[in-house]
Write a protein that binds this ligand. Structure first.
Ligand SMILES: O=c1[nH]cnc2c1ncn2[C@@H]1O[C@H](CO)[C@@H](O)[C@H]1O
Ligand SMILES: [Zn+2]
Length: 356
């Protein structure tokens, strides 16, 4: 598949962090405005390389340290609006037609904004970005609770309060080791009580037990990463595979896995593209979606993830159409909107690609 076709293909991303995807030049400008002096360099190209290299350590904790610089410059209404608008523009120019973009409101309070003001600012930025692209993209926010802090219930309440106004669901993120999903059970119970959507980062730095908690104790509808579901899958010498009870449950219930290959290589959740579990999971019938995680920190785009997977596994447009349809089917959007996106945007887009 040619890069131009990959760029043109309609894409949907369910797992993309707002604070992991800033334009390097914007970080530098905002740092100037905020009086933030701790950036490792003031050259945009060098800054992009710095993020990717610093995050490429094989450890999730080290990967997450780089976010101190992006969060530092996302502390005012104007900065949040700008970053969100640019995020929508950048995704749209990469061919993304639907995006769920997540961030942790609690990380943007250093200069006096309230949680509600943070959410309003980011939403205003997304609306502005959608408008600038002429409506080529629809963006929804997911609000993230940080797993090492104690604000998840508050963020779950914030999610319920802002739903139907640009916020589609909730997530927890941050260091997985020592902070299991069950630690945030009250947040998930609140969301369930209010019929609200949520996904959980699980099975990235910790194995299947984290996914078990996320799905069976907390009730996650989707799993962020989830690659370590392979702990519960045995691949035999003849290439066949046996699934344990948890893997079967996740597959048979169509629980979407928000897979982010490049990020996994940086954090050590996977060894290389060629042996990334995405292909095994897809062949076994899991609901696989392909995602960026952090466009700046992982030095990637949706098109780049597609291209890496095309190279590693020979995927063509059929597989990318399958991933995209799976993503939209698992989106936290009302069903008629999901169906409309699939029948009016995704299917025709891939049909046009096949006709050349
Ligand atoms: O792959 C990941 N695993 C766990 N946490 C992450 C990942 N990527 C980003 N964040 C965390 O989510 C916060 C809100 O967006 C970021 O600040 C970062 O700390
Ligand atoms: Zn993530």
């Amino acid at each position: 598949m040619h890069l131009s076709d990959i760029l043109r293909a309609p894409k949907a991303v369910l797992h993309d962090h707002l604070d992991g995807g800033l334009r390097p030049a914007t970080i530098i400008e905002l740092a100037g405005e905020h009086g933030y002096r701790d950036l490792p360099t003031e050259d945009p190209a060098a800054l992009a390389v710095w993020f990717r290299d610093a995050a490429d350590s094989g450890s999730l904790e080290r990967y997450l340290e780089t976010f101190a610089h992006t969060c530092a410059v996302m502390q005012t209404r104007a900065a949040l609006e700008r970053v969100a608008a640019e995020c929508a523009e950048d995704l749209a120019s990469d061919g993304v037609v639907y995006a769920e973009v997540r961030y942790a409101p609690e990380q943007h309070l250093e200069r006096g904004l309230t949680l509600d003001e943070v959410v309003d600012a980011v939403n205003a930025g997304f609306r502005e970005g959608e408008r600038r692209t002429g409506g080529r993209i629809t963006v929804r926010a997911l609000l993230t609770g940080m797993r090492h802090t104690d604000r998840s219930l508050e963020i779950a309440e914030l999610t319920v309060a802002h739903r139907d106004r640009g916020v589609a669901g909730f997530d927890i993120a941050g260091g997985e080791i020592g902070n299991p999903p069950s630690r945030h059970l009250p947040a998930f119970q609140h969301l369930k009580q209010h019929n609200c959507h949520f996904t959980i980062h699980a099975g990235e730095a910790v194995g299947a037990e984290s996914i078990h908690e996320a799905v069976q104790i907390c009730g996650a509808e989707r799993i962020g990463h989830g690659v370590r579901i392979t702990d519960d899958i045995t691949v035999h010498d003849d290439g066949t595979a046996s699934l344990g009870r948890l893997a079967s449950y996740v597959r048979d219930n169509g629980i979407a896995l928000e897979i982010c290959p490049t990020s996994n290589l940086q954090t050590g959740a996977a060894k290389d593209y060629a042996t990334h579990p995405i292909d095994l999971l897809r062949r076994l019938g899991f609901r696989v979606t392909l995602n960026t995680d952090n466009r700046l920190v992982s030095g990637t785009t949706m098109s780049r993830e597609f291209a890496q997977m095309a190279e590693a596994f020979g995927y063509g447009p059929e597989v990318f159409e399958e991933f995209t349809v799976a993503a939209v089917e698992s989106a936290f959007l009302p069903l008629p909107e999901r169906r409309r996106l699939i029948s009016e945007v995704i299917r025709p887009g891939y049909a046009a690609l096949r006709q050349g």
